[in-house]
Design a protein around this ligand. Structure first.
Ligand code: GLU
Length: 256
């Protein structure tokens, strides 16, 4: 039975890295400390973390491998270990165990793979362990890839029966026509969609349009979804305390 305090937080590569593309250790700590506070408040968080390719790049440089797919495999294989090392060391300072869950698209299609994934999440959450999820970039290539980790985060939120999904990137939310952040997107309201730029910023694979679509779909399933700026201090806790921050995609329940 899913706990109603399950929450999925996704952090993008642009949150975890600085402008010079190295990992921002302070942000890692801020994310972990906020998740620790959530756990102490009775939440069961799942963290979906990008940054493997970015971390790999900060360790071995851009790599001279000409084949783009192989380069991505090598960078993510190197970087994933350092990502997990950072998370493990931070969580353990607070006596919390975290675990690496690497997923492919197949794990979310009906059948045995799906059930294995459910069992894995239930097993970890049941032990009070924080699952840290990323796409298995080493084996998922081309057509078998998730659109981006926002899609993976949305699927994870649905799979575990989360009450909320928080997508953190380096922008403050979805901007409306006047240039201000739109704080609430009611169900089936696609009016702001037309104003979203299709441009992608920085190193992440996703963009605002795909975030918008995932957030709309996840909210339609009854999971409140928030797009906000992960560079801001205390952002996760501020969202949960109801501050007017980021863009909230309302569920049917919340719109009443
Ligand atoms: N899985 C990729 C990584 O860890 C990120 C994918 C994305 O940007 O959404 O580097």
């Amino acid at each position: 039975m899913a706990s109603n305090k399950r929450i999925v937080v996704k952090v993008g590569t642009n949150v975890l890295t600085r402008e010079d593309r190295t990992l921002d250790k302070l942000i890692f700590r801020q994310v972990v400390v906020q998740l620790v506070k959530l756990i102490r408040a009775g939440y069961s968080p799942v963290l979906v973390s990008s940054g493997a390719v970015g971390a790999g790049r900060s360790i071995i440089g851009d790599s001279e491998i000409a084949d783009e797919a192989i380069r991505r495999q090598v960078l993510s294989a190197v970087g994933q270990t350092s990502l997990m090392k950072s998370y493990f060391e931070l969580f353990i300072e607070y006596d919390i165990v975290c675990a690496q869950v690497l997923a492919t698209k197949e794990d979310f299609s009906e059948g045995e793979h799906y059930q294995n994934m459910v069992n894995c999440f239930e097993g970890l959450l049941g032990q009070g362990i924080v699952p840290i999820v990323n796409e298995n970039d080493v084996v998922s290539l081309t057509e078998l890839m998730f659109t981006d980790n926002d899609e993976l985060a949305g699927l994870t939120a649905t799979m575990i029966g989360a009450e909320r999904l928080i997508l953190l990137s380096n922008v403050d939310g979805v901007y409306g026509p006047g240039g201000d952040v739109v704080h609430h997107v009611p169900q089936n309201d696609h009016s702001v969609r037309a104003h979203i730029s299709t441009e992608k910023s920085g190193m992440g694979r996703g963009g605002m349009l795909s975030k918008f679509e995932i957030a709309t779909a996840t909210a339609a399933q009854g999971i409140e979804t928030i797009i906000a700026n992960g560079k801001h201090d205390n952002i996760i806790l501020d969202i949960l305390s109801g501050k007017a921050i980021g863009t909230r995609f309302l569920t049917e329940e919340l719109a009443k």
